[in-house]
Write a protein that binds this ligand. Sequence first.
Ligand SMILES: Cc1cc2nc3c(=O)[nH]c(=O)nc-3n(C[C@H](O)[C@H](O)[C@H](O)COP(=O)(O)OP(=O)(O)OC[C@H]3O[C@@H](n4cnc5c(N)ncnc54)[C@H](O)[C@@H]3O)c2cc1C
Length: 486
Amino acid sequence: GPALPRARSAAEHDTTVLILGGGVSGIIAARTLHEQGIDRFLIVEAHKELGGRMRSGQFGKEGRRSIIEHGANWIQGTQEGDGPANPILTLARKHGVKTAESDFYTSIATYGETGAEDYLPVLEKAIAVYTNVTVLAGKRVSTNQVDLSARTGYSLTGTKPKTPQEMVSEYYVFDWEYAQTPEQTSLIASSWVNNFTFDTDQGGFSEDNLLSVDQRGFKHLIQAEGQEFLKPEQIMLNATVRTIAHSNNSVTVTLANGTILSADYAITTFSLGVLQNDDVLFEPTLPVWKQEAIQSVTMATYTKIFLQFKDKFWFDTQFALYADKTRGRYPVWQGLDLEGFLPGSGIIFATVTGDYAERIEALSDAQVQAELLEVLGKMFPGTKIPKPTAFFFPRWFSDPLFRGSYSNWPAGFASPSQANLRANVGPRLWFAGEATSPKYFGFLHGAYFEGLDIGARVAKCVNNASTCASLPFTESVPNGSPYTVA
Ligand SMILES: Cc1cc2nc3c(=O)[nH]c(=O)nc-3n(C[C@H](O)[C@H](O)[C@H](O)COP(=O)(O)OP(=O)(O)OC[C@H]3O[C@@H](n4cnc5c(N)ncnc54)[C@H](O)[C@@H]3O)c2cc1C
């Protein structure tokens, strides 16, 4: 690389690129540097292993344990014919990850507060209505109209869910994906990310979803990919970053244990939640345009709550809905004790999102377990619900390495804000991760493409200063038209 002044005698480690965070984005950024002939990089990761939000763990009573996914679980959008493939699918195939087809809309049972009841027609209507909402969003993009909330979009297409059955059906199609309510979500951004992933007419991969049931964990695909090129000296685990100082010439990172690392460039891949909560401090503080972009997006929470029982007493479908009077109260259930999934495991899990997910993180495990057993009692009124043999849920929202599960745009989405979230700050400090992805934020493939693109940009800077270019940013994001009073 270009010769740079090195005033970094205090640094214990000196490298060309510091990759901060060892999730999908960090590992793919590292691979991109490696492919460009740059092997002087160091991945700095707080956890004991690589993978980030691809995190799995043992679950179940002794002698009857399975690996379950605390975080990402699906390849969302796969491939249609020889159209574009989701790169996560490509990695899963390459590393032989075991998956099962997830039939969101065809393998589903429906329940209410008094047991099984058939409201599949209501669900079908919710699916059709959501398509109308995304079409409305697409029109607004092509005519350059202001963003609205997805709730406004629903209302304008003539839908106002009122009954528990209508609410849970809408929840399943909407909140279960974005991890927040339509009120909390941008109409344009949510439709955008949906279309680019699932709609082949918009360049999306496919409508299909594959669920990892691999007993090495879904993370195997990214860990195995890393193993193909990473050398031990390029990885620093159990290393928590506290401060990132940067100048026109270099970056200096200080770890929680006092270790100082220095480099020509840094790529931070920490979650939006980490950046929002000052878990990592920047010196000098980030410019106002960057702070505004970071604080303009929401870190949403998606929480899976796992139960294991001695005997299976529930549905034989992959999914079940539970319609409660309170919208978002333990609405979606998944059975894993199924052929092709984890047969014989005795595992079932519920998902909650958004504010409800934050709410349960503040409760004790015993309280949450009691609530779930009460709901199961309502879903299966003829069954005496036994005590589970195991119970667990991850607390993503309170975890200082994540502070939620993935990003979601509130109403008022503006492309310059998105560009600002992604832009480098000064010549040395770069940003990647699911949240910075313009087309696929929230998804594994978003994290992947950001690692690829930002890695390639930094590689240019390292290899040939004349091809090194900053990403565009807007100092002050303006309103579309001037505000007028009276
Ligand atoms: C519950 C849940 C379900 C999901 N389901 C899906 C799904 O089914 N399909 C899908 O496509 N996507 C899903 N996602 C989203 C997907 O997991 C993410 O988009 C993706 O993993 C993000 O990768 P990343 O590299 O951007 O960030 P991360 O994976 O968060 O990587 C960043 C790394 O930085 C580390 N770190 C944080 N702070 C510090 C610090 N101070 N010092 C050092 N290291 C630090 C973290 O430990 C982490 O390893 C889900 C996410 C969650 C949480």
